[in-house]
Design a protein around this ligand. Structure first.
Ligand code: IPE
Ligand code: MG
Length: 220
């Protein structure tokens, strides 16, 4: 979800204005995804690198997350919420809300939203390596047991399948540490549309393009 800051700047407004508009865009897109029968959506809300932004912007983003999660039941109606990333750097209030929402929606099966917050694909793999090493050191597994399935079991998204389509808005054409493992064979879709302008029509355009792609997964 990229381009909130530029969207606001174009309007002569502070970047945080763009983040608010971006949160609204996200709500509409998530609802549409659920209605058309998509099973899993991952929203890259805050990366492990976003802490490098000025403290004032990080503070506003944290406040926005806090408010957003208070309204989560209306915003994420009939959705299971799972946060991807280490929760420990967040405030206690935010952390509690995240854990509570995960617990309260754990019974929902139809539509799963992964909210990547303090998420990084490399961080996720480091964490998986550490867990497996600990289990090997404890004698629970041997190094030979470590295969792709064993790594997958340690990912934040487990047991969700690989990611089919990655959409990045705002004209940047890179992955920025998103779903390094799960995205190995994802189709990539880049659009110049800034995230707050990414509406259901734009989503359908992305899905239409995706439906024309030929996925071979290395075969012919
Ligand atoms: C993405 O929009 C939102 C977050 C990372 C929270 P940006 O804040 O990156 O917006 P630009 O790229 O500066 O326009
Ligand atoms: Mg950006």
């Amino acid at each position: 979800m990229d381009g909130n800051g530029r969207w606001a700047k174009k309007r002569g407004m502070p970047r945080t204005f763009g983040h608010k508009a971006g949160a609204e865009a996200m709500r509409k897109i998530l609802r549409e995804c659920r209605e058309i029968g998509i099973r899993y959506v991952t929203c890259y809300a805050f990366s492990t690198e976003n802490w490098k932004r000025p403290k004032s912007e990080v503070d506003v983003l944290m406040r926005l997350f806090d408010e957003y999660l208070d309204e989560a039941h209306e915003r994420f109606d009939k959705s299971r919420l799972i946060f991807l990333g280490d929760k420990s750097p967040f405030s206690e209030s935010l952390r509690e809300k995240m854990i509570r929402l995960e617990n309260e929606t754990a019974h929902i099966d139809g539509f799963i939203i992964f909210l990547a917050m303090n998420y990084g694909g490399r961080d996720e793999l480091v964490r998986a390596a550490k867990k497996l090493a600990q289990r090997a050191a404890a004698g629970e597994i041997s190094p030979e047991d470590i295969d792709e399935a064993a790594i997958e079991r340690e990912l934040y998204t487990y047991p969700a399948p690989d990611c089919d389509l990655i959409i990045r808005t705002s004209g940047e054409q890179r992955l920025s540490n998103f779903l390094m493992w799960q995205g190995a064979y994802s189709e990539l879709y880049f659009t110049d549309t800034l995230w707050p302008d990414f509406d259901t029509k734009a989503l359908h355009a992305a899905l239409e393009e995706y439906s024309k792609r030929q996925r071979r997964f290395g075969a012919v």
